[in-house]
Design a binder for this molecule. Structure first.
Ligand code: EPU
Length: 441
């Protein structure tokens, strides 16, 4: 399982009931694997999910001479003793549509003095530029050269600590600063940092390696560069995006799902919204049980935002549940300018959703005076019916699965391989939860 082009036929209308287990967060694990390049000794990472994004990073580490082994399920040993330069073509072949190669730059510049990045992809949810990353690397002293096949970077005079002020608290750019500053000469001060839990866990890892990092109030992070870092041993933070996705699935299918490994602290904002919609949850030491209340759901007004706000990755699965709420909900997407492509399929299935260019339901955002459909108005309740749909991106794809599972009749969902980029064994989990489907392709 895992090839783009895979297709599932789903017979909807059955609640998802049962228990599933989470592993480590995709958005931490992939960066933790990159951090291993900075160590002089091997690192051990536990709770690594079996997802294609992890396989992509593994391939990229491999072409750079980092030996990655796995003797036990979910445990990776990463040995960077023989790290070496890779050809742009090899990086390109392994990177596929992933944006991860950009984060290899700081560590590789420290280890080898040069780094290459091909044209970057990732989910098609807006432009997703890398201007912050390139600007940050230049500030550390990297020389950035555009070449026909991608970008070459070098650090003829080494990398030096600097003062960075991000125009927007970008997760990737904050990670870029961290992964570069820890071994740069001198002190780096980062203002406007992203402070997502996955970033805090990356900081935990870097501190284990020997880094000196202070997290101050108001999105300020200070890093004192050190000359040497060791390998780390770490159990990854759980995947709160996957937890939120299954929570939304429980609501949309009128089911009851225990999400093993989910924790309250990193999901406070999601849980508040879930409760406002009418969703029930019980918090246990080993996970969170999410379930439908058995009564009508309520509409909500949500604005996606950087942490500690409501994450952009949570809105797509929740929108499916909101099609079943009694009244008008508004979702204002302020992180990515084009993250509502997935609603076309929901409309085809019977949902009433309009997308607007205006900032609805909250503060004006940076996409407001521009030509982006970034506010959605969902009127419910509507009954969804089966349809033939094609998965557009990772989170949109999961929302299509939920929509098909909650719809009356049969749906075919194509291109479901994209979902395995970020959801470990989702086919097995659907089986465990009692979904009625046939996998083809
Ligand atoms: N941005 C720029 N220039 C840059 C970098 C970012 O303009 O150089 C903009 C983006 O276009 C976007 C905003 O800044 O509008 C935020 O992007 P950010 O850099 O925070 O996102 P990212 O690091 O590319 C990660 C996750 C996303 C998640 C976001 C927000 C990974 C691999 N990806 O992306 O996860 O939505 O942070 O939390 O960590 C997903 O898991 O499906 C996913 C897309």
């Amino acid at each position: 399982m895992g090839l783009a082009g895979d297709k599932i036929t789903i017979h909807g209308g059955r609640p998802l009931n049962g228990r599933i287990e989470l592993k480590g967060a995709k958005n931490l694990v992939t960066k933790a694997m990159v951090a291993a390049i900075l160590g002089e000794t091997p690192s051990v990472l536990r709770d690594v999910p079996d997802i294609s994004d992890v396989r992509v990073v593994r391939g990229l580490l491999d072409v750079h001479g980092v030996k990655v082994t796995s003797d036990e399920e979910g445990v990776l040993t990463l040995d960077p003793s023989n790290v070496e330069s890779a050809h742009m073509a090899d990086i390109d072949a392994h990177a596929g549509s992933s944006r991860i190669p950009i984060l290899f730059c700081g560590p590789l510049l420290h280890r080898l003095g040069e780094a290459f990045i091909p044209d970057l992809g990732g989910c098609r949810i807006g432009d997703r530029p890398i201007d912050y990353h390139l600007e940050v690397l230049r500030q550390f002293g990297a020389v950035v050269e555009k070449q026909p096949s991608g970008i070459r970077m070098s650090a003829p005079n080494g990398l030096k600590g600097t003062k960075v002020h991000l125009p927007y608290p970008s997760v990737g750019a904050t990670e870029q600063v961290l992964l570069t500053a820890v071994r740069a000469e001198g002190i780096t001060e980062l203002r406007g940092a992203a402070i997502e839990p996955e970033i805090m866990d990356l900081i935990n890892i870097l501190q284990k390696m020997g880094a000196i990092i202070t997290v101050d109030t108001d999105r300020v992070i200070r890093i004192e560069g050190v000359e040497r870092l060791e390998g780390y041993s770490h159990t990854a933070l759980f995947d709160r995006n996957e937890a939120a996705s299954w929570a939304a699935a429980a609501l949309a299918t009128e089911g009851d799902i225990f999400v093993g490994g989910a924790r309250q602290g990193e999901m406070l904002t999601f849980l508040n919204v879930y409760r406002k919609v009418g969703g029930k949850f019980d918090i246990h030491d080993d996970g969170i049980r999410f379930y439908h209340p058995g009564t009508e759901l309520n509409p909500v007004i949500i604005e996606t935002d950087v942490h500690p706000g409501f994450m952009t990755d949570w809105q797509q699965p929740l929108v499916v549940a909101l099609t079943k709420a009694q009244g008008v909900s508004i979702v204002h997407e302020t992180v990515y300018e084009q993250r509502f492509g997935f609603v076309d399929a929901l409309v085809e299935m019977g949902a009433t959703i309009q997308v607007h260019k205006e900032c609805l339901g909250g503060q004006a955002c940076r996409f407001g005076q521009r030509n982006f459909n970034h506010s959605a108005v969902i009127s419910g309740p509507t009954k969804l019916h089966g349809a033939d749909i094609v998965v557009p991106d990772l989170r949109g794809g999961f929302s299509h699965l939920i929509a098909a599972l909650s719809a009356e009749g049969t749906s075919t969902v194509s291109n479901v391989g994209i979902i395995s980029r970020g959801y470990e064994k989702f086919i097995t989990k659907l089986e465990q939860l009692g979904a009625d489907f046939v996998l083809e392709g």
